[in-house]
Design a binder for this molecule. Structure first.
Ligand SMILES: [Ca+2]
Ligand SMILES: [Ca+2]
Ligand SMILES: [Ca+2]
Length: 226
């Protein structure tokens, strides 16, 4: 009895009670290759601290999630539709911006004139204006008649560059949704956070909550052609 209380006293004095300490189980993927790449993408983009990474990962809920707490297929569809609408409106307004004779179509001449006035006002070089105007017309002139109508301007953007970034975000949302652990079609905040923690822990081999250069390099290697 006396020995036991001495042991407890000693443990208390050194500030630790080994018998009561619970080992913290950190869930990890079997290997870095097993981590869904969509979860690692934010790490590559510079999130080397666990807390920052998790916060960044959860942002997808704020941009698209219903009630900003759950992500569903409906949210992904709405996101795509919302972006398309915003983009089309933006382009529609450009017709009004360039349409000097108010006939509802814009010609290379009109675009070139407005661009030139714009650059003069901003004291920029007018060089290349004609080429820029030609490129602008070529990009949206679906029927190749040399002018852009309101209808042409409000059809979904054919340029790969715009569609690329929109598709990238919706692909990311779809990929995250596909990871839904309980497959109920709703990816919740706690579910996404747990997935993120597991992914980060797999990369963070020494478990100190941040990624060292060598740890980062492994992430980059795994994501090489992602
Ligand atoms: Ca016109
Ligand atoms: Ca046209
Ligand atoms: Ca779920």
């Amino acid at each position: 009895m006396r020995t036991l209380s001495l042991a407890i006293l000693a443990a208390t004095l050194t500030g630790s009670l080994p018998a009561l300490a619970q080992p913290v189980i950190v869930e990890k993927y079997a290997s870095m290759e097993a981590v869904p790449k969509v979860l690692l993408a934010d790490i590559r983009h510079g999130q080397t601290y666990r807390d920052q990474y998790i916060a960044r990962l959860l942002e997808v809920m704020r941009t698209a999630g219903q009630d900003k707490k759950v992500l569903t297929q409906q949210d992904v569809d709405n996101y795509v539709r919302r972006n398309e609408t915003a983009e089309r409106r933006q382009r529609y307004l450009q017709v009004i911006f360039y349409d000097l004779d108010y006939d509802g179509t814009i010609t290379q001449q009109e675009v070139g004139t407005v661009m030139m006035e714009d650059r003069r006002r901003q004291k920029q070089s007018e060089e290349g204006c004609a080429d820029d105007a030609a490129r602008f017309i070529a990009r949206y002139d679906i029927d190749k008649d040399g002018a852009i109508s309101l209808k042409e301007m409000s059809t979904p953007d054919p340029s790969a560059e715009n569609r690329g970034s929109r598709d990238k975000q919706s692909r990311r949302m779809k990929a995250l949704l596909a990871l839904d652990p309980d497959r109920d079609g709703r990816l919740t905040m706690p579910e996404l956070e747990a997935l993120g923690r597991k992914a980060f822990a797999t990369a963070d081999t020494d478990g100190d909550g941040s990624l060292s250069r060598p740890e980062m390099q492994v992430v980059r290697d795994v994501l090489e052609d992602y």
